[in-house]
Write a protein that binds this ligand. Structure first.
Ligand code: PLP
Length: 493
């Protein structure tokens, strides 16, 4: 058994102690009169020495993979580098110690940051008004679709359906269903784009909105976007754009210029704020002026004299979607990123992200099947079709990639591609890192041909080997539990 497996959790034995201060020999300070916030007695609590505790947490930290260790080509997630300067700025005392209940006069700087970020995002998207409240992309979708509903109901128009292409992110249908809509699937054509004939047919007076990801999850820009917007609008619907893929457009194309009525952004993707592990994220929602009355309150307002206030007078607002103002730390990071790059830098970033994805796409196209020939932008989607003949599937290749020191790509998504392998290198990677990744992917393709079992049983060099994923999903063990072995009476054993 590997040392790590043997030492995973059960290190406790009675009487072991880490360093502790001796009991106070002077009167307790007054604050100590409050009821204690720690428990002295937890049944079965492990007893350990200091070095064992240090090693336990240090070991756990090395089981992780991070963008700070290497390339993280998880398609659709835009795992770009989060610049240290953003972290330095957000930790400035005046920003880090702010409190949302401070009097307005003392939070002028914070409101100014929010307003400047709003203005920058409006300029980048070409939209008219924006809320920073939502805490994630999916939360932004929900906010946006609730605004669509409010707007249509205001017109006395109770439409029941939301159209969603089969290449959409899984959060889109979930959002529409949560907002009370019936979800109708819209198929893609052989180019990997919305099938216009199907849209013409399905865009009935029952359809409230089309929720479109652009570029879509194949990384393909919807070339017919103007016509799509026209069809949706002619039939009285609204066009929602999932803007989580803005890393392919920022500085190059603006959704507000191609007919989008409402969209969300993922600051924790395009705008270089950290993500993973469940947050904190930020999913601002930008709208055209006809949807502005429905934005969540409060809105940040700036007077001519440069004073910032919060406006709660929004009679048609869908209401608050989050406590206070949203994840303020993310606003600071995103604004730092935008200002550090400037317009030129953002455009360059987009171009580099597209270049990197196309470099990988080109270099791997001899070894892996490319289901759609249409040129793609910031990400590319292969399939495991060539390897499947040897019984090697996308999940196996992804696990083998870990042995080569890379985070896996996105497995089996988008759903329109059976055995999908979705790669998004982002602009953060150098030519050297991309070449290492390409070499690893080619080596795995060769292994799949000559020794498929090696790939099928991967990973081999990671701390934890292949898991039983079905059991892990059906019977997840989500917290530490006292084991029978430790509760047993040692004297009896
Ligand atoms: C990431 C992503 C989302 C969801 O964003 P979360 O912040 O994870 O909720 C939605 N749509 C697309 C296209 C995405 O890539």
């Amino acid at each position: 058994m590997q040392r790590d497996e043997a030492l995973l959790f059960e290190l406790s034995s009675p009487g072991k102690r880490a360093w502790q201060l001796p009991p106070l020999d002077v009167p307790e300070p007054a604050a100590a009169d409050r009821p204690p916030r720690t428990r002295d007695d937890i049944p079965g609590f492990p007893e350990l020495s200091e070095i064992e505790i240090v090693r336990h947490y240090t070991r756990l930290s090395t089981w992780n993979y991070a963008i700070d260790l290497g390339m993280y080509p998880l398609g659709s997630c835009t795992m770009k580098y989060n610049a240290r300067i953003n972290e330095q700025v957000v930790r400035l005392d005046g920003l880090a110690d702010g409190h949302p209940l401070q009097p307005l006069e003392t939070m002028q700087g914070a409101l100014r940051i929010m307003r400047r970020l709003e203005q920058a995002l409006l300029e980048i998207t070409g939209m008219d008004a924006i809320t920073l409240q939502p805490a994630a992309g999916a939360h932004g979708e929900q906010t946006g679709i609730l605004m669509v509903r409010a707007c249509l109901e205001q017109r006395g128009d109770a439409r029941q359906t939301v159209l969603i292409p089969d290449s959409a992110h899984g959060t889109n249908p979930a959002t529409a269903a949560l907002a009370g809509y019936r979800v109708e699937n819209l198929r893609s054509d052989s180019r990997g784009m919305v099938d216009l004939a199907s849209l013409e047919k399905q865009m009935t007076p029952q359809v409230a909105a089309l929720m479109l990801t652009n570029p879509n999850t194949l990384g393909i820009f919807e070339q017919d976007i103007l016509r799509i917007a026209e069809i949706v609008h002619q039939r009285g619907g609204l066009l929602y754009m999932d803007g989580a893929n803005m890393n392919a457009l920022a500085g190059r194309a603006r959704p507000g210029d191609f007919g989008v009525d409402v969209m969300h952004l993922n600051l924790h993707k395009t705008f270089s704020t950290p993500h993973g592990g469940g947050g904190p994220g930020s999913g601002p929602v930008a709208v055209k002026s006809h949807l502005e009355p429905y934005l969540p309150a409060p809105r940040v307002r700036e007077s001519k004299a440069g004073r910032f206030t919060l406006d709660f007078e929004q009679p048609h607002s869908i209401g608050r979607v989050r406590a206070f103002f949203g994840n303020f730390g993310m606003f600071v990071r995103a604004l730092a990123y935008i200002l550090a790059n400037g317009a030129e830098g953002l455009r360059q970033t987009t171009d580099d992200a597209v270049l990197n994805a196309n470099y990988v796409r080109r270099k791997l196209s001899a070894d892996y099947a490319l289901p759609y020939a249409t040129p793609s932008l910031h990400e590319c989607v292969f399939s495991d079709q060539k390897q499947a003949a040897q019984g090697v599937r996308t999940g196996d290749i992804a696990k083998r990639l870990m042995d080569y020191g890379f985070h896996p790509y996105t497995v089996s998504f988008p759903l329109v591609v059976p055995g999908a392998m979705m790669l998004e290198p982002t602009e953060s990677e150098s030519r050297e890192e991309l070449d290492l990744f390409i070499a690893a992917m080619r080596a795995i393709a060769e292994e799949a041909r000559t020794q498929p079992d090696l790939v099928r049983t991967a990973p081999h060099s990671t701390r934890v080997s292949r898991m039983d994923e079905a059991t892990a999903a059906r019977q997840p063990v989500l917290r530490w539990q006292e084991t029978a072995a430790r509760t047993a009476d040692p004297a009896a054993g």
